[in-house]
Design a protein around this ligand. Structure first.
Ligand SMILES: C[S@@+](CC[C@H](N)C(=O)[O-])C[C@H]1O[C@@H](n2cnc3c(N)ncnc32)[C@H](O)[C@@H]1O
Length: 187
């Protein structure tokens, strides 16, 4: 789930960006928040789960937000209709059902190929000044590996934010894990 603080970072990064993609948007809370905050922007969210997208459509209707849209799609097949100013994956790049969280430590383990394939796709979805925003809870050394891998996929590291993991989620993650928001620029 997006915590308040990482949501705030993403919200600040989205300012003055017109075409925004929330990849793996879940129930669309963040996408709708970004759309509301940036009324002249167009925000699209997709998620592989039809149930999540049904919720997102419901929230959208309930809040009367016209500049957000949603679709059921996956990271490996979503076809962007235009080049994006910002693409984000907030806790959604690799699903627990694909690679269990604890196997993705140590140089990203078996997650490496999936990450490489998806980052290359996101890099091609961005326009020349577009940014990719990635958030996960992990160890600093795994985050370094991620940054290196992203560089090989056409995404240059720009800046980083980190924050504590909320105590109620702490038992799920590695005891030394931190929450990271990483920002990349298309190279
Ligand atoms: C932990 S939730 C995060 C949702 C949202 N980004 C947030 O911050 O609240 C991860 C989401 O990623 C979606 N997801 C997992 N694998 C995906 C894939 N291959 N393509 C698109 N969405 C995916 C899941 O259905 C789930 O809604």
């Amino acid at each position: 789930m997006t915590t308040i603080s990482s949501a705030r970072v993403v919200r600040d990064l989205a300012k003055n960006r017109n075409l925004i993609l929330d990849a793996g948007c879940g129930s669309g809370v963040l996408a709708l928040h970004l759309a509301k905050q940036n009324p002249y922007s167009t925000v699209h969210g997709y998620d592989i789960s039809p149930d999540q997208i049904a919720k997102a459509e419901g929230y959208k209707k309930g809040h009367g937000i016209g500049n957000a849209s949603f679709s059921v799609s996956g990271h490996d097949d979503f076809q962007p209709p235009y080049a994006m100013d910002m693409v984000c994956t907030i806790g959604s790049l690799v699903d627990e059902s694909e690679i269990p969280y604890y196997e993705a430590h140590d140089q990203l383990g078996p997650a490496k190929d999936i990450v490489r394939r998806r980052l290359s796709r996101f890099s091609h979805m961005l326009n020349s000044s577009g940014i990719y925003v990635f958030s996960w809870a992990s160890l600093p050394e795994d985050t370094e590996t991620f940054v290196e891998l992203a560089g090989n996929c056409g995404l240059n590291f720009k800046e980083e934010f980190h924050m504590d993991i909320p105590s109620e989620l702490k038992t799920y993650y590695h005891p030394e894990a931190m929450k990271f928001v990483l920002v990349f620029q298309r190279s």
